[in-house]
Design a protein around this ligand. Structure first.
Ligand SMILES: Cc1cc2nc3c(=O)[nH]c(=O)nc-3n(C[C@H](O)[C@H](O)[C@H](O)COP(=O)(O)OP(=O)(O)OC[C@H]3O[C@@H](n4cnc5c(N)ncnc54)[C@H](O)[C@@H]3O)c2cc1C
Length: 441
């Protein structure tokens, strides 16, 4: 076999479809590899600061730090509060603290749960991607497979051939739609009302908690937090039975301008801090909550395509973990792809070898995401059942629930590198037992 130098070695063309949190993180992780050529295709025609607040837990923050992105996770860009708790739960009427989620093994300040304006997190990630590496106005509408690779079809009629395509195109993924046409998203019945505004507006509210806080009530919740760069966010909302034909908000579109007086009405009888927060909130937008009706059977298609982030596991943002999950997906895929390019001959890997790497990524991440989806679906079903029966949570039940906390250390402190190493060992054991020889192109 002829050994090629890195300079003359054929590059592996990797098309990342979607320039969101997952797609950008993957591009950053892969950009220094001399044998990968990365191009991101994004449907938006401009990368604007849209969205509201987004949280990253210790897992996502640690991963971004491993990628050298200290400016992205800095205190300037995001808000950590006093850094003592992942989440503080307060009573809707009395404002007293009734529970906390405390990280079990987070020693570094920069790894404490951090809250960002999504535009600021996204904008900082964009700065780490070469400016000619993102092709805008490229909405993916189809995918075809050929012997030499995968063809990506865009709405503008153009097509590109890649060795690997990564569907990082979010909740309403066009890549997933093309490959799994019967996939369904369903409305959970919850519609969030979100607002992000200058922190100076909350300056004169007495007793405003320093930390981010989640007030729990019998019918709905309220969240507020500072964000980086002197911004502030509030999130309220209403829960409905999604099958109720009269349910409000089923028809509203994501990010639609809402009616701020509605927010004020819903929380009119809550404690004075929440009430005051609703009064200074200048405007709101509606975000109906959608998640997948069932997990996908596979995230890997024809040894050429993998899904990451919300495209792979649309869980609806529960437990504020969607951003960190997307970041860890990207990191796991980067580790898996690197594992197929460790050969000294610098030959282009075969489709079969690429498929092995993609399946290694899937083995690292899918069980973790499925565990989350199970929890989310059970939680949604329980909430809908309560609404249908018209039963309101009693005060002692609410307090007991808050005292227990969310029990999400397994999510927020998940170690993606350890999970990857375990999946790698398991795959090597299978390969050895089957005495597999990797196929060549
Ligand atoms: C504009 C925007 C604002 C958001 N605001 C918030 C927020 O305020 N709070 C919050 O918790 N979460 C928000 N999210 C969702 C959040 O970013 C994700 O849930 C999470 O970070 C997982 O990231 P992701 O990369 O999988 O998906 P996303 O971050 O949603 O990224 C998907 C990317 O793919 C692009 N895309 C979609 N379809 C196609 C297609 N067919 N072809 C090519 N590109 C496509 C999208 O424009 C987007 O850039 C927002 C997402 C978007 C796109």
């Amino acid at each position: 076999m002829v050994t090629k130098s890195v300079a003359e070695a054929p590059k592996l063309n990797i098309a990342i479809l979607g320039a969101g949190i997952a797609g950008l993180t993957l591009a950053i992780a892969l950009k220094t590899h001399p044998l990968f050529k990365i191009t991101i295709y994004e449907k938006a025609t401009e990368l604007k600061e849209i969205g509201a607040s987004i949280a990253l837990g210790p897992n996502g923050l640690r991963t971004l730090e491993k990628l050298g992105l200290s400016d992205v996770i800095s205190d300037e860009n995001g808000f950590r509060g006093t850094g003592t708790a992942g989440m503080v739960y307060r009573h809707w009427k009395t404002n007293e603290i009734i529970g906390t989620d405390v990280h079990s093994d987070v020693k570094e300040w920069l790894h404490q749960t951090t809250r960002f304006h999504r535009g600021h997190l996204h904008g900082k990630l964009v700065e780490h991607v070469p400016s000619d590496g993102i092709k805008l106005g490229k909405k993916v509408v189809g995918v075809e497979f050929e012997e030499e690779g995968v063809i990506i079809i865009f709405q503008d009629g153009s097509r590109v051939l890649a060795d690997i395509a990564v569907g990082a195109d979010g909740l309403r993924s066009g890549v997933r739609q093309a490959l799994v046409p019967d996939f369904k998203l369903e409305w959970s019945g919850w519609t969030a009302f979100r607002s992000v505004f200058e922190a100076s507006l909350v300056g004169s509210i007495p007793d405003l908690p320093k930390d981010s806080a989640h007030w729990w009530g019998p019918e709905t919740n309220f969240f507020s937090s500072r964000l980086g760069r002197n911004m502030y966010t509030v999130v309220g909302g209403v829960a409905a039975d999604p099958k109720d034909p009269n349910a409000r908000f089923e028809e509203v579109s994501w990010d639609e301008t809402g009616e701020v007086n509605l927010l004020r009405e819903i929380y009119a009888n809550w404690n004075p801090v929440v009430k005051a927060l609703t009064e200074v909130t200048p405007d709101i937008r509606y975000y109906p909550n959608f998640s997948c009706s069932a997990p996908l059977d596979t995230w890997v298609f024809e040894d050429r395509v993998a899904l990451i982030g919300d495209a792979a596991h649309a869980h609806g943002g529960a437990y504020a973990t969607g951003g960190s999950l997307a970041i860890d997906d990207a990191y796991a895929l980067h580790l898996s792809l690197n594992s197929i390019f460790t050969r000294s001959d610098n030959q282009k890997p075969s489709a079969h070898e690429i498929g092995q790497a993609l399946r290694l990524y899937e083995a690292t991440r899918k069980p973790h995401a499925e565990k989350l989806l199970k929890v989310v679906h059970a939680g949604n079903a329980a909430k809908i059942e309560k609404i249908r029966k018209g039963t309101l949570e009693k005060d002692e039940e609410l307090r007991a629930r808050a005292q227990k906390g969310s029990n999400t250390g397994w999510l927020h402190e998940h170690d993606v590198v350890k999970a990857f190493e375990e999946a790698l060992t398991a795959s090597e054991t299978i390969d050895a037992s089957e005495d597999k020889v990797p196929a060549r192109l």
